[in-house]
Ligand binder design. Structure first.
Ligand SMILES: Nc1ncnc2c1ncn2[C@@H]1O[C@H](COP(=O)(O)OP(=O)(O)OP(=O)(O)O)[C@@H](O)[C@H]1O
Ligand SMILES: [Mg+2]
Length: 255
């Protein structure tokens, strides 16, 4: 099971939108997908139509017991979800003095390692214990950047944390790539900024840009991913391209 985390400590950069639609693509291609919502806001869980308030067990319980299995929700034949709600907020406090608190998710996933082709993890806009847990168990981290709103300074803090995790907790972690979201070439991206980005990120900057697309905003309210909601939209085209670029970079081939 390849474990991919989508992370950026900045809010509103399309982490959840990207997770939802990558899950949509991979499940459509018959990958067996494990989706993990590691954000107490529960936006990913919500996008699957799950009532956050009625949820009694969440990823919090899985971390506490170091076992995800009893807490998985079957979304459909291709997707299982480890859900989240505000209960997860407790994790950042409760685990503060727990030994190995950054490795709880890694341990919790051990028993299901062979049951899925791919695991995709959504994170909150912070570098909390929860986000560190995601980075400690992952093979790859992909970083969405909101076009026109990113700061190199913000991105460099995230890159430093990733380096520190690699050194101390997870030597196999790789930065899969950085990709632009909410992209509108004419309005918010001058060629000067693009050149800056290319020279800062080099090979890490992905070719795929996710354009601004209203269908991507509408889909989650209908509990659909973009491939179910508007398969011919630019949003669907862009997320298909992103998924293919990820597959190409990592050779994640469904066995
Ligand atoms: N390509 C796009 N075009 C238009 N709107 C988009 C696009 N991608 C995301 N959005 C919208 O931008 C907002 C933020 O997206 P999203 O919730 O995915 O970000 P996030 O990084 O998960 O936020 P948070 O940090 O709060 O978890 C949402 O309203 C979403 O619908
Ligand atoms: Mg989110």
């Amino acid at each position: 099971m390849k474990k991919i985390v989508i992370a950026n400590n900045k809010g509103g950069v399309a982490k959840t939108t990207s997770v939802m639609n990558l899950i949509g693509y991979f499940s459509k291609k018959k990958y067996k997908v494990l989706a993990i919502d590691l954000d107490p806001q529960g936006n990913l869980t919500d996008s699957f139509g799950i009532d956050l308030q009625k949820l009694s067990d969440t990823v919090y319980d899985a971390l506490k017991e170091k076992n995800v299995k009893p807490y998985l929700i079957e979304v459909n034949s291709q997707i299982d979800l480890l859900p989240s709600n505000l209960d997860l907020e407790r994790a950042n406090l409760d685990f503060v003095s727990t030994l190995g608190r950054e490795s709880l998710l890694k341990k919790a996933l051990a028993k299901v390692e062979n049951e899925y082709d791919i695991c995709i993890i959504d994170t909150s806009p912070s570098l909390s214990t929860l986000t560190l847990n995601a980075l400690t168990c992952a093979d790859l981290v992909y970083i969405p950047l909101r076009s026109g709103y990113f700061e190199m300074r913000g991105a460099s803090v995230l890159l430093e944390v990733i380096e520190a995790i690699k050194e101390d907790l997870n030597p196999k972690l790789k930065i899969g790539g950085v990709f632009l979201t909410q992209y509108n070439g004419r309005v918010n991206m001058t060629s000067e900024i693009m050149e800056q980005l290319e020279s800062y990120f080099g090979e890490t900057l992905m070719k795929t840009k996710i354009r601004n697309n209203i269908s991507l905003v509408e889909a989650p309210a209908l509990m659909k991913n973009i491939f179910e909601y508007k398969p011919n939209s630019n949003g669907a085209k862009d997320y298909e391209e992103l998924a293919k670029e990820i597959i190409k970079r990592e050779e994640i081939i469904k066995s």
